[in-house]
Design a protein around this ligand. Sequence first.
Ligand code: ZN
Length: 1039
Amino acid sequence: MAAAVCRAAGVRPLLSVRSGRSMSCCSWRWRSSSAQERARQYTVGKKIHGFTVNQVTPVPDLFLTAVKLNHDNTGAQHLHVARDDPNNLFSVQFRTTPLNSTGVPHILEHVVLCGSEKYQCRDPFFKMLTRSLATFMNAFTANDYTMYPFSTQNSKDFQNLLSVYLDAVFFPCLRELDFWQEGWRLEHEIPDDPGSPLIFKGVVFNEMKGVFANNENLYAQHLQNKLLPEHTYSVISGGDPLHIPKLTWEELKNFHATHYHPSNARFFTYGDLPLEQHLQQIQDEALCKFRKIEPGTSVPKQSRWSEPRECHVNCGPDSMAPDPSKQTIYSVSFLLGDITDSFEAFTLNLLSSLLVSGPNSPFYKALIDAQIGTDFAPVVGYDGSTREACFTIGLQGIAEQDIKVVKEIIAKVIDEVIENGFEQERIEALLHKIEIQLKHQTTNFGLALTSYIAANWNHDGDPVEMLQISENMARFKQSLEDNPHFLQDKVKHYFKENPHQLSLSMSPDESYLKNQAQLEKEKLQEKVNSLSMEEKKEIYKKGLELIAAQSRPQDASSLPALKVSDIQQTFPLTPVEMTYIDEVPVQYCSQPTNGVVYFKAFTNLNTLPEDLKPYVPLFCSVITRMGCGNLDYRKQDQQIELKTGGMSASPKILQDNDNLDMYEQGVLFTSHCLERNLPDMMHLWTDIFNNPHFDDEEHLRVLVMMAAQELSNGIPESGHLYAAVRAGKTLTAAGRLQEMFNGISQVQHMKRIAEKPELLTVLRKLPRIKMHLLSNENMRCAVNATSQAIPEVSTEVEKFIRNIPGFGKKKKDKKLIRTNITEKPLNPEDAGSEVSGGSQATKKIVFSSFKACQMKTHFQLPFPVNYVSECVRTVPYMNPDFPSLLVLARLLTSKFLHREIREKGGAYGGGAMLSHNGLFTFYSYRDPNSIDTMSVFRRSVDWAKAGKFTQEDIDEAKLSVFSTVDAPVAPSNRGLDRFLLGISDEMKQKHREQLFAVDHDSLVGAANKYLTTGHSTWGAAILGPENESIARDPTWVQR
Ligand SMILES: [Zn+2]
């Protein structure tokens, strides 16, 4: 929602983002606006189930009505946002303001989800994942609040989940065993061997080690602690691995009693379900049992400094960094005003965008274009996640001696902005951006809203004011009219004349990781030495107890559940229309897009010479950013900001639905704009296709450095994906290409490019790629727009297709340059049928006689944890065994892998998944183990083959698969599967029926047929620290 998206420092979800289940949701059925109308009927003062309405505010721009209520007996606050969106969301947030770094709010967040009074079984939260059709379930610990959100499209499911969530947060068991498992514990390395050494274990303990293995996180944490050194922001709410072992079970329980109370709670509900029902359930199941208290959790204002401060910290070296001699991060941060002043926050957010966003902003020009570093610092721009906001500006990837230069530039830019202000056109572009963001519909709007208002509301700001974006925009324009120096005055006040500023630098120290390990070792030694024989025996006993508890079969029958019969037999169809402009297929999908037009084009890479292929990702990341036609890159960026909601390109490898040795390779171009700007947007695409600029080596270097830095920084967050892509490299031809485009190879390739002293040779490759890629040969397009807009859109698309290279060549002239390319109808229904006019959408597929082979690769990286993955080549999407494997992956995850890898192994996450590419993937995330985890993968297969699971287990796994299959799709993306992969509604329906039909026999059969070692080809990869047992094993490739 906000114009400038800042990185919210320190927000940690309980679950890592699981692949397959998208975060996004919400099918936009525009029914009569009943939910909103109902909400508008409420009057202030009305009493509903123990609550009193105190404000009703329609927000027409967002098609919603906000209702604010207070709970009479406890003072709990409730905000209901009525909107005709079936993807209903609930969240409850507590203000959690710890005063030490033991991670108490974070560990509590984990432990409350481990069982409650009504739902005694262990881990109801994870069990609900497979008993519900939730479109989102998670929990987050932020700096100063803890939030528990879920969303679902099913009203019965909503009640079920609400019941589990309420009981979890207000009446958790907080068992000691769960505290050990989730928080920290001393345990023998091999729990049943008292001779093995005692070590620290625990989910949060390992999670936080993983978090701080990422230098971006480490920097953000230092920054906040040092800029706000007085109260809760001076500690680490997620927990410092060296402080976590100080936390006791007693302290955890006390923290719950004082913080998880209705008087300290904010409830949020969103969607089209009736408010009364929510309130009644919240009242009956939770609030009626409480009386008001004074929670005393508020955060005082930071006392202001009279002089700027400076600070330096160390971190571990980054082996993937583009230039090892330039790894210092430096920034200056300014403490701003209170975030509860919504208009001031809105203004500062816009001001931040003007200062740092895009190549036309003054800080980009002065800092990025100067090529002193690789990119902006990990924290940049406005950050409203603390009670008082801050603004940070700086660079990463600089040489330590350049700190002074950067500092001077920052001061100089501030002076210049105060002197000159901003161009009118840039302010217009920014306001346009807000307008299109308001209209662009995402599938997780409820979640976006609750995250958007959380910080402000947490400090007793008015969340409804934040939703009134149009009012804020009008006031902003008025302020500019009244005072042309409005923004300059803000810069002067908040930056130039503000002594509360912190200069923070961080640079790598070769011995940093060793020192950290040493400190941990000392803590451990201290703990162990203080133990009596009696206590040591106790620890051994408790370790065995924990394993026994983890292994005991669980009775989850007390938990509510949806049944397979609650899943709809059919799903809503997405009609599309395929037309042809000369020979280019264009798919139209008319949708309620709110006046936004979405245009996509796909062109294939079949004629591209092999030596150019590794450069395709780079080509994609720069093609809309180098300038085109008459526009240099700055003007092009301005035009994109002013007229569109974004234009981008990305490489795509599309696995064939019938054959694992076939795939389509290409690039997808995506964009959207307001209807009125369509001619401008298509004109931009025409210029990019006809005349992209490839002449500015300096600007290319800037983009290359940023891309290389971003890839390197992304490894700790996505290590499991990199491991999986690598493990699949030798299994299919598409997998090999996937590794080249999206794997560690690409990270290394970009690092090598970034290290080159000159980029001319790279620059010269780009026009060669352009020749093969930017043409209407082998192109297909897709448009999603309102039905009224489609006639005009088709005129513009036609103009585009006729004005770009390639048009006019006869089909006969287009020779496929390699023999291994074959043509197939895009939609199988078209096969054999003569389409009128002789046109038929086809895809040109690469057919390879790829020989799958086994390979195990270990990437030694300076992380304290591992990312382990194994892949098995199975079957393509249309194979009748595919649905069984899909259900099997969920079954293995929820019934075996989660327990062994997370609960027992102490990893942050682990599981199995099957993707459209036909590779069955096992993975673990931030895992203290490596080879052991691989043996867990094997044991899970044995477990599946033995068939020791029940019908209930199967039904739960199916439910979990369907929550993904039926996840809402935004209007912008409807029909995309058909367009890209050729998966029609008929194929989806057939697939759906096969999913329903999966049974015990087919699951055991699939496990035997595909997952037995020897029957299929496996690949493995581990990203992680030095590993002795791998080093000794010659079957591993070390990288
Ligand atoms: Zn966590």
